[in-house]
Design a protein around this ligand. Structure first.
Ligand code: SAM
Ligand code: DTB
Ligand code: SF4
Length: 334
C-alpha cells in the first residue's frame, strides 16, 4: 500500500482514510511518505506578489479581490528587474523555488513579455520557477513553457460542490481547463486549496478526491489554512463565528490524506503557519507535509519568518531540501 500511485480513488475510500484513528492515519501517511521522500527534508519556497490587488474575481477568502474591503492597495505589474532582485535575496536565504503571484483573472497578452523576462531571469539564477497568474489559454501556457517555467500554481481550492459558494466569477470547470492547458504544455502542476473556509468533512473529502483523481497528480499540492482577512467575505464570517476556525487535528488529517492519496507529490504546508504552533506544524510534517513557504510575507499576509522557521527546524531536526527535484516534463499533446 505504499508504492502505488493511483488516480482511481473513490470518495468512500478517501472518507474512510479521514475516519481512521488519528495515530493510524498519521502512521500510514508517514509510511507512504518515507517510501517516496527523504525523511526530515523540507522544501523551501519563497512567494512574491508581482501584481497586487484590484482583482476582478470575487474569491471569498482573498484580500486582493476588488470586491473585498481589505485595505490592500492595487499595484501595477512589477518591473522584472525588481523581481529578479527579490529572487536573488530568496536564493541567498536558501530558497529552492521562487513563486510569483499576480492578482489577475487571467494575464493579458500584453503582460506576457514581462512575465517571460521574469521566468527566464529567475531560472538563470538556478531557482525553480513557479507562476500563478489566474486562467491561462493553451497558447499562453505554451509561451510560459517555452520560457522555461517549471511550475504553474492554480488551486481548485475546495470541493466541486462548494466552489460556487466561495467564488461566483468563475467555475470549477474553468479551473480544470487551465490545469489541463498547463499539463498539455508540459509545465509541472501545483494545485491544492484551502481548509477552514467553513466547509464540511465531506467537502474536504471531495477536495482531495478532485486532486487525487486528476489524470496525473499535481507535482505540488499546497494545503492552505484559511487566513481570515478582515474585509473579505470569509474573514468577516469567521470573525463573527470564531468557533468556525478549523480544528488543528482536522487540518493534520487533511494533510495526511493528501499524502496517502498522492504519494509522489510535494505536499506544501502553505498559508496559515504564522498562527500555527510548532506542535501542529510538527504533526503536519509527520503526516507527510514536506514543503513550506519561507520568509515573513506570503502575498499580502504575514508568514512565520526565517528566524521562527530556523528555530522550528532546529527543534524538530528538519533539514532544508537541497537542489531541485527531478523535473517530469512531458508534453501530453503535440
Ligand atoms: N490570482 C491567482 C489565482 O487565483 O489563481 C493567483 C493568486 S491566489 C492569491 C493563489 C491562492 O492563494 C488561492 O487560490 C488560494 O488558495 C490562496 N489564498 C488566497 N487567499 C488566502 C487566504 N486568505 N488564506 C489562505 N489561502 C489563501
Ligand atoms: C497557495 O496555495 N498559497 C499561496 C500561493 N499558492 C500563491 C498564497 C497564499 C496567500 C495567503 C494570503 C495572502 O498572503 O494574501
Ligand atoms: Fe484574484 Fe486570485 Fe485573489 Fe481570486 S484568489 S481574488 S483570482 S488574486
Amino acid at each position: 500500500m505504499t508504492g502505488d500511485v493511483r488516480t482511481d480513488w473513490t470518495r468512500a475510500e478517501i472518507a474512510a482514510l479521514f475516519d481512521l484513528p488519528f495515530d493510524d492515519l498519521v502512521f500510514r501517511a508517514q509510511t507512504v511518505h518515507r517510501a517516496h521522500h527523504a525523511a526530515g527534508e523540507v522544501q523551501l519556497c519563497t512567494l512574491l506578489s508581482i501584481k497586487t490587488g484590484g482583482c476582478p474575481e470575487d474569491c471569498g477568502y482573498c484580500s486582493q479581490s476588488a470586491s473585498a474591503d481589505s485595505g490592500v492597495k492595487a499595484t501595477k505589474l512589477m518591473d522584472p528587474r525588481a523581481v529578479l532582485q527579490m529572487a536573488a535575496q530568496a536564493k541567498d536565504s536558501g530558497s529552492q523555488r521562487f513563486c510569483m503571484g499576480a492578482a489577475w483573472r487571467n494575464p493579458k497578452d500584453r503582460d506576457m513579455p514581462a512575465i517571460i523576462e521574469m521566468v527566464k531571469g529567475v531560472r538563470q539564477m538556478g531557482l525553480e520557477t513557479c507562476m500563478t497568474l489566474g486562467m491561462l489559454t493553451p497558447s499562453q501556457a505554451e509561451m510560459l513553457a517555452e520560457a522555461g517555467l517549471d511550475y504553474y500554481n492554480h488551486n481548485i481550492d475546495t470541493s466541486p460542490e462548494r466552489y460556487d459558494q466561495v467564488i461566483t466569477t468563475r467555475t470549477f470547470a474553468d479551473r480544470l481547463d487551465t490545469l489541463e492547458n498547463v499539463r498539455s504544455a508540459g509545465i509541472n502542476v501545483c494545485s491544492g486549496g484551502i481548509v477552514g473556509m467553513g466547509e464540511t468533512r465531506a467537502d474536504r473529502v471531495g477536495f482531495v478526491h478532485a486532486l487525487a483523481t486528476l489524470p496525473r497528480h499535481p507535482e505540488s499540492v499546497p494545503v492552505n489554512a484559511l487566513i481570515p482577512i478582515k474585509g473579505t467575505v470569509l474573514g468577516n464570517m469567521l470573525a463573527d463565528t470564531p468557533l468556525a476556525k478549523i480544528d488543528d487535528i482536522e487540518f493534520v488529517r487533511t494533510v495526511a490524506v493528501a499524502r496517502i492519496t498522492m504519494p509522489m507529490s510535494m505536499v506544501r504546508l502553505s498559508a496559515g503557519r504564522e498562527s500555527m504552533s510548532d506542535a501542529t506544524q510538527a504533526l503536519c510534517f509527520m503526516a507527510g507535509a514536506n514543503s513550506i513557504f519561507t520568509g515573513d510575507k506570503l502575498l499580502t499576509s504575514g508568514n512565520a519568518g526565517d528566524d521562527a522557521d530556523a528555530a522550528m527546524f532546529a527543534r524538530l531536526g528538519l533539514r532544508p531540501m537541497q537542489g531541485a527535484e527531478p523535473m517530469r516534463k512531458e508534453k501530453t499533446c503535440c
